[in-house]
Design a protein around this ligand. Structure first.
Ligand SMILES: NC(=O)C1=CN([C@@H]2O[C@H](COP(=O)(O)OP(=O)(O)OC[C@H]3O[C@@H](n4cnc5c(N)ncnc54)[C@H](OP(=O)(O)O)[C@@H]3O)[C@@H](O)[C@H]2O)C=CC1
Ligand SMILES: N[C@@H](CC=O)C(=O)O
Length: 327
């Protein structure tokens, strides 16, 4: 049996989910992937924090310790923000270690460069979890676009915003109360500014734009509006009128073939395809030349949906490139 060492950067909602799945599914991975996957190091900011039931020797706050793991095959990156995340995954690639990331803030900016570098070095980059949480939009779009050309993408890309708008409508709670619950459930970021300002959906949309159109619009040209100004009274009034607020992100080509995008709350009627998407769910509707429109819906945030797609990314690497797996 092939023995494989993995490392996790971050042990918050997502990092802990990854660790738990590796513990729970070790036997299944042996059977289905032909590999014994062992978490060998976990990088955190504060090593003194109590982490119940887990060997303290696994934790470090130094990336050098992670890179020193013999035969390290993959780094799962689940920390927050551009830096030090970018430097860490970059170092991992330079050490010919595969990377899987959930960090859309880092990946929207550096994703293209990281993928180019990985290709040169013969290692792989998984980034399914950066966009739409547990919904496999990246792999599906990649696959479809081997044959089709993308025309337009429209979606709900922030689980927290959709959860808040749904809870306000369904339970009559205020924006602040709904946000608090979204934080308790691990949907919102520790600093929820990016969620409610539209910046989180913006970063995800830029990742989809690179994937679907091979480029991103100039960031400063994209109008980004969040949901933080929407009041309970507005949500309730909309419901009385048979409408719902949805936070919608869109990217496509204009008449001149230029990539254009916008993000913001919209009032939608019952016949709109995003009307029925409630709670933490995300939806991504892709329009292409041959297929027409295809829509994927599912949990856009949360510990296990996110951790699962990250490990699925790595399972794909193992299955497709067995030669890369450490023996
Ligand atoms: N939560 C979700 O549903 C989803 C999150 N994501 C993305 O996944 C990433 C992780 O999210 P989440 O788990 O919710 O975040 P949390 O805030 O729950 O956890 C962040 C973790 O990263 C560690 N960390 C933060 N900064 C550093 C640093 N400079 N050096 C080392 N470790 C650091 C923290 O360490 P310590 O514990 O010591 O504080 C903590 O363990 C983010 O990029 C997020 O956008 C993507 C999809 C869904
Ligand atoms: N905070 C994010 C988590 C997933 O990317 C969200 O709510 O969508």
């Amino acid at each position: 049996m092939t023995s494989v060492k993995v490392a996790i950067l971050g042990f918050g909602t997502v990092g802990e989910g990854i660790y738990n799945i590796f513990q729970e599914k070790r036997e299944q991975f042996k059977e289905k992937l032909g590999a014994d996957l062992e978490v060998a190091k976990i990088l955190v900011r504060d090593v003194s924090k109590k982490r119940e039931g887990i060997d303290a020797a696994l934790f470090t706050d130094k990336m050098e310790d992670v890179l020193a793991v013999p035969n390290l095959d993959v780094v799962f990156e689940a920390i927050v923000g551009e830096e030090p995340a970018y430097s860490y995954v970059n170092q991992a690639l330079e050490n010919r270690v595969n990377i899987v990331t959930a960090n859309k803030v880092m990946f929207a900016k550096f994703g293209d460069a990281l993928q180019e570098k990985a290709a040169k070095l013969g290692v792989q980059v998984g980034f399914e979890a950066t966009t739409a949480g547990g919904v496999p939009v990246i792999k599906t779009i990649e696959n479809i676009l081997r044959v089709n050309s993308a025309k337009h993408i429209q979606g709900i890309l922030n689980g927290t915003s959709n959860y808040i708008l749904s809870k306000m409508r369904l339970e009559g709670v205020t924006f602040e109360e709904a946000l608090k619950t979204a934080q308790q459930l691990g949907y919102a970021e520790a600093d929820p500014y990016n969620d409610v300002s539209g910046q989180d959906a913006f970063k995800k949309l830029m990742i989809l734009s690179s994937l679907a159109f091979g480029e991103q619009p100039k960031w400063e040209d994209v109008k980004v509006v969040g949901i933080s100004e929407i009041t309970l009274a507005q949500v309730q009034q909309a419901a009385e009128n048979g409408q719902r607020y949805r936070h919608i992100a869109e990217v496509g080509l204009d008449a001149a073939g230029k990539v254009v995008a916008k993000i913001g709350p919209e009032l939608v009627d019952a016949d709109h395809p995003l009307y029925s998407i409630d709670g933490v769910d995300n939806a991504v509707a892709l329009e292409t030349d041959y297929i027409g429109k295809i829509t994927l819906v599912g949990p856009g945030a949360g510990m296990y949906p996110t951790a699962s797609v990250m490990i699925e990314d790595y399972a794909d690497m193992i299955v497709k490139k067995p030669a890369l797996v450490t023996v």
